[in-house]
Design a binder for this molecule. Structure first.
Ligand code: FES
Length: 173
């Protein structure tokens, strides 16, 4: 699987209309930028510069002001996320138990680096800091599922299980 090349933003007319409605809704509200950014991320899945520019223009503020907020809060992402979000904990407890090797195995399996998304949009990889499950170190998350005491050789199987889930769901229809 290959990474998504840069400059691949493709917003639709419908998304743009939704964003404009959201901007109108919160335009006059003090602190309206936060809910706009949150809803914009729901609409697009992430907040590329093109979306930030539309928000800045809509609110009559500078792009750097919008960018400053987006990059300050970890809830916002500048890069596309996959249908399944993989996150490997690189907090101290996990790191000393080899989570860097787990992350390497995930990157190798998907052919992308941390912070990137596969071209088919199925998986994205990130690293994170302590998620409060140090007793299970090293910890890896896929969406809301927590995998503890993960070894690099289990990574293939864990990721493949999400592909299988997709096939099972498709066959159920
Ligand atoms: S350091 Fe990974 S869960 Fe705490």
């Amino acid at each position: 699987m290959n990474e998504v090349p840069l400059n691949t933003f493709k917003g639709t007319i419908v998304q743009e209309r939704q964003l404009k409605e959201v901007i109108e809704e919160h335009k006059e509200q003090a602190g309206g930028l936060m809910p706009i950014l949150q809803k914009a991320q729901d609409i697009y899945g992430y907040l590329p510069i093109e979306v930030q520019t539309m928000i800045a223009d809509g609110l009559g503020i500078s792009l750097s002001e919008v960018y400053g907020v987006v990059t300050f809060y970890s809830q916002f992402s500048l890069t596309p996320k996959g249908k399944h979000r993989i996150s490997v904990c690189l907090g101290t407890a996990c790191y000393v138990k080899g989570s860097d090797k787990v992350l390497e195995a995930v990157e190798k399996k998907l052919g992308i680096k941390s912070g990137q998304c596969t071209q088919d949009g199925l998986f994205s990889i990130d690293s994170c800091r302590c998620v409060g499950a140090c007793g299970l170190a090293p910890v890896m998350l896929v969406d809301d599922d927590v995998y503890g005491k993960v070894t690099p050789d289990q990574v293939d199987h864990i990721i493949d299980s999400y592909l299988t889930k997709k096939e099972v769901k498709a066959n159920d229809r």
